[in-house]
Design a protein around this ligand. Structure first.
Ligand SMILES: *[C@@H]1O[C@H](CO)[C@@H](O)[C@H](O)[C@H]1NC(C)=O
Length: 281
């Protein structure tokens, strides 16, 4: 009897520890390409990706999710990172796929990274917004988050909202809500377009380029529908911006946004998409 209780207590304590601990790359992710260029470090607490002239590398989550909050800490390629692209995104598979993107476009030494965001629903993207960060993303780890619930998608940087994409299905705009998605991360070469429109090429004498990931935290619903909150918090399910969040978003968009598809009438001469008119912040 006493032994049984001890065993039960042991497992309860263990369960608490596992649910409270941050995501673990060994348990939650797998390196899928790059032939040894991706490395799990610190017993699964961090992961590094590298890129040289032969290949980049990448990993993905083991599970698929339908709605959730996905946090990742990243330290980007330092120095001359021109031509490199570091990613953290969600994607479903197959035709008419859904996707929610964070992409970090490298730059020459001292020039700012561009944070590229996009949303695809049923295969249709063309919803890019780009930002400059208000800190050096190569000097330390910073947290990048995607909150995805049935009402909206929120992109956050160190918990500051930088973009909100609302569900405007009632106006005929597709919204990702029925295809489960996996988390994908990669470091690859895109010097044909990434930096200053492809004018600045990757300097391979500086290879390997390395980006670091840590504190991968998933708080999401499994594709089967169960939404066990892994680390206790399920506030993402109804998360929307309060007035403080809206002020912060306005500050980011007014001071740090460098491209907005909603304002690109040259590219969309027939008029911008409906959600641009409906969602003022
Ligand atoms: C790189 O820096 C240049 C000059 O500051 C800037 O115009 C460009 O948008 C930056 N980012 C990329 C990805 O080219």
């Amino acid at each position: 009897m006493a032994i049984n209780l001890l065993v039960i207590a042991y497992f309860l304590v263990l369960a608490c520890f596992t649910t409270l601990s941050a995501g673990n790359f060994i348990r939650d992710a797998q390196i899928t390409w790059g032939d040894g260029r991706g490395k799990v470090l610190e017993g699964g607490r961090s992961l590094s990706l590298s890129l040289d002239q032969y290949s980049g590398s990448g990993f993905q989550s083991k599970n698929e999710y339908l709605f959730g909050r996905f946090d990742m800490q990243l330290k980007l390629v330092p120095g001359n990172s021109a031509g490199t692209v570091t990613t953290f995104f969600l994607s479903s598979q197959g035709e008419g796929h859904d996707e929610i993107d964070f992409e970090f476009l490298g730059n020459s030494t001292g020039e700012p990274y561009t944070v590229h965001t996009n949303v695809y629903a049923q295969g249709k993207g063309n919803k890019e917004q780009q930002f400059r960060l208000w800190f050096d993303p190569t000097a330390a780890f910073h947290t990048y988050s995607i909150v995805w619930n049935p009402q909206r998608i929120i992109f956050l940087v160190d918990n500051s909202p930088i973009r909100v994409f609302h569900n405007h299905e009632t106006s005929g705009i597709a919204f990702p809500k029925s295809q489960p998605m996996r988390v994908y991360c990669s470091l690859w070469n895109a010097d044909d377009w990434a930096t200053q429109g492809g004018r600045v090429k990757t300097d391979w004498t500086l290879a390997p380029f390395v980006a670091n990931y840590r504190n991968f935290n998933i708080n999401a619903c499994a594709s089967g529908g169960s939404c066990g909150s892994q680390s206790g918090s399920s506030s993402w399910q109804t998360l929307e911006l309060d007035s403080k969040g809206r002020n912060r978003l306005r500050w980011v968009q007014q001071n740090h946004m460098v491209y907005n598809y909603c304002a690109d009438s040259q590219r969309f001469p027939q008029g911008v998409s409906i959600e641009c008119k409906r969602s003022r912040f």
